[in-house]
Design a protein around this ligand. Structure first.
Ligand code: FES
Length: 166
């Protein structure tokens, strides 16, 4: 199944692996590369990566499933990840999640029909001091309120956050 990894990826992988004393230490950066290339990490890609790094498939799968930043299925253009841990919970995250469910018509783990939004509730995003927090792809939105959340959704719908890389 190693054929699921492109030649370009293998060249990049060799370069990345060379930065580490052991090839398997490059597992997380290589998973990030696969996601960058394909938008998610398929089972076949996990298998191929395990072979490439000569480590058990179960280890690749365990790392992929542990980190919420890794998607295992095709996702929407914007991945909305709302933190549900204690600081965010106390600061109103449940209401924000409820509002997103209602506005987008999807539950956590689902993608809108137009392919624009995927919704997830995730563990601490490491920005507890500015709770409640939501990540959209790689970008943080902090100190969220219902109004700010609506504005972010509208901006994303109208492609107005290109300056942020979204
Ligand atoms: S609890 Fe939400 S960022 Fe830490």
């Amino acid at each position: 199944m190693e054929s699921t990894l492109t030649e370009e990826f293998k060249a990049k992988a060799a370069h990345i692996c060379a930065r580490y004393p052991r090839r398997d230490a490059a597992l997380i950066p290589l998973l990030a590369e696969i996601q960058k290339e394909h938008g998610f990490i398929a089972e076949e890609a996990m298998d191929a990566l395990a072979r490439l790094l000569e480590i058990p498939y179960s280890r690749v799968k365990a790392v992929t499933t542990f980190y919420t930043m890794f998607k295992r299925a095709p996702a929407g253009r914007y991945h909305l990840q709302v933190c549900r841990n204690i600081s965010c919970h106390m600061a109103g995250a449940p209401g924000l999640l409820e509002s997103l469910r209602a506005k987008l018509g999807i539950k956590e783990g689902e993608t809108t029909r137009d392919g624009l939004f995927t919704l997830s509730a995730v563990e601490c995003l490491g920005a507890c001091g500015s709770a409640p927090v939501m990540m959209v792809n790689e970008i943080y939105f902090e100190n969220l309120t219902a109004g700010k959340l609506d504005a972010v959704l509208e901006d994303l719908r109208h492609n107005r956050l290109k300056d942020l890389g979204l």
